[in-house]
Design a protein around this ligand. Structure first.
Ligand code: NAI
Ligand code: MG
Length: 500
């Protein structure tokens, strides 16, 4: 691993950074009712970059009133699919027109390399709005022939309507701030819902810029409201609010369970995209060069702060040493530094808290008996930098194998045969994703059927597309993001029956 030099924040971002960071409620930018603000940090330097309005329950109250009004009475509820579609498409275009600026904001706020922010976060966010724009005109029910057993002579015309679920609270994390906002907002808008969005307290900036673009696109006041603030205050007020019809959450499994409990008051709908500890499998018959590069990418992409990261690497015994050596070699050569340095391949972790969590796991792994074949510690410099790390001699009872680390740390374990592998791969509370590398297509497909995970990648990893559903089995969540599957999260079905 080599260290890139620290590059300064682009001058062009200064006007955005120095403007006051208010919340979007009912089409207006407002301060928190309490007048409080909180600080946002540059993870590459540990310096404060902005102060942002600290919303809490009182501000959520105002946002819910605005969203309710827009849903119950506003122009939004009367707008046809074609017009909604045009607005949503326009948001995608505006994201693309501001791609450099949005990617810079993301790099500054989250730490990720600028090239990654632009090619992945920003491009996928624009594409998500474009994909979802198409659905606004294609939300259809069915006509259903019925005949009553107890009145066979009677005749009916029966059909279903698909209606928006209503006012939606959306609580998102810090690992892909803009993209997570897009995954949530685009399907809510296409189905005709209104929204209160709460970005993560670590990374609120790109959502605020997106809010400006959403207004610029012409989305009516109150349809999208953005509350910045902390989870325990603003987030909890959203999850428990009895005038919110649904909450969509992405984040930790622990908080996902709190959300479910908070939602019981009015039995609001809940969808959850939670943590993972995904198995990535390499067989001895794989194309080892691409499998090794793929395994490194599966864990080091985005500093390992990816819910579907391939954090448990299972390698068939005969090639275990070769694969561990290969992934370790890549780890040692990765350029770690400021996301604004063009040569940087891996940035800092998002926050001091996440840095403490990940370095805590590095210590725990070694004390439980694993050995660092690459990395293993923090970098001695300002900012929240850790080394890309490969742990070998890991076993299933270790915390680094059982728990989500959410950092650039992979635990490599050998396996013997297929039967042993499937048991090991599924030995987790999570079920978000899985990868397999082999030239034997039958073996690959058998694994795809046997593994309990919402996404399976064969001879590839981390392939995301707006059209492809994504979400968890087991404790990785409820419901799906993206694809037409996500529409289910935001629609409900009404059956209408007419006597003829
Ligand atoms: P978190 O789950 O606490 O935060 C995610 C979002 O939930 C943030 O917007 C936060 O403000 C909000 N939140 C927190 N507590 C809440 C509450 N009681 N009610 C309503 N909203 C609440 O995640 P955190 O603390 O940032 O990270 C902890 C661990 O969670 C990470 O190490 C990682 O393992 C996991 N995580 C998983 C993510 C995923 O994409 N599945 C994303 C972020 C974190
Ligand atoms: Mg938390």
């Amino acid at each position: 691993m080599s260290v890139a030099t620290n590059s300064p924040v682009p001058e062009s971002l200064q006007p955005f950074l120095s403007s006051p960071k208010k919340m979007l409620i009912g089409g207006k930018w407002v301060d928190a009712k309490s007048g409080k603000t909180f600080e946002v940090f540059d993870p590459a330097s540990d310096q404060v970059i902005a102060g942002v309005a600290e919303g809490d329950a009182a501000d959520v109250e105002l946002a819910v009133a605005a969203a309710r009004k827009a849903f119950d009475q506003g122009p939004w509820s009367k707008m046809g699919g074609s017009e909604r579609s045009r607005l949503i498409w326009r948001i995608g275009e505006l994201i693309e027109e501001h791609a450099d600026e949005l990617a810079q904001i993301e790099t500054l706020d989250n730490g990720k390399p600028f090239a990654v922010a632009k090619a992945a976060d920003v491009a996928l966010a624009a594409d998500m709005f474009r994909y979802m724009a198409g659905w606004a005109t294609k939300i259809e029910g069915n006509t259903i022939p019925i005949q009553l057993p107890y009145a066979p002579e009677s005749e009916f015309h029966a059909f279903t309507l698909r209606e928006p679920v209503g006012v939606v609270g959306q609580i998102i994390p810090w690992n892909f701030p803009l993209l997570m906002a897009a995954w949530k907002l685009a399907p809510a808008l296409t189905t005709g819902c209104t929204v209160i969005l709460k970005p993560a307290e670590q990374t609120p900036l790109s959502a605020l810029r997106l809010g400006e673009l959403i207004l610029q696109a012409g989305v009516p006041d109150g349809v999208v409201n953005i509350i910045t603030g902390f989870g325990e205050t603003a987030g909890a007020a959203i999850a428990s609010h009895d005038q919110i019809d649904k909450v969509a959450f992405t984040g930790s499994t622990e908080v996902g369970k709190l959300i479910i409990n908070a939602a019981t008051g009015n039995l609001k709908r809940v969808s959850l995209e939670l943590g993972g500890k995904s198995p990535n499998v390499i067989y001895d018959d794989a194309d080892l060069d691409s499998a090794i590069a793929g395994a490194a990418d599966a864990i080091f992409f985005n500093q390992g702060e990816v819910c579907s990261a391939g954090s448990r690497l299972f390698v068939q015994k005969g090639v275990y040493d070769e694969v561990v050596a290969g992934v370790s070699e890549i780890a040692k050569n990765l350029k770690v530094g400021s996301g604004f340095d063009a040569s940087t391949q891996m940035g800092p972790l998002v926050s001091r808290e996440q840095f403490d969590r990940v370095t805590g796991y590095l210590k725990a792994g070694v004390s439980e008996g694993a050995e660092a074949a690459a990395g293993g510690s923090a970098l001695d410099r300002p900012g929240y930098f850790v080394q890309p790390t490969v742990l070998k001699n890991a076993s299933e009872d270790m915390s680094v194998v059982r728990e989500e680390i959410f950092g650039p740390v992979v635990a490599a374990m050998p396996f013997g045969d297929e039967a042993e592998l499937v048991g090991q791969a599924n030995n987790t509370a999570y079920g978000l994703a899985a990868g397999i590398w082999t030239r034997d297509i039958s073996k690959a497909h058998r694994f795809a059927k046997a593994v309990k995970a919402g996404s399976v990648w064969i001879n590839c990893y981390s392939v995301f597309d707006a059209a492809l559903p994504f979400g968890g089995y087991k404790q990785s969540g409820w419901g799906r993001e993206m694809g037409h599957a996500v529409l289910e999260n935001y629609l409900q079905t009404k059956s209408v029956c007419v006597s003829l």
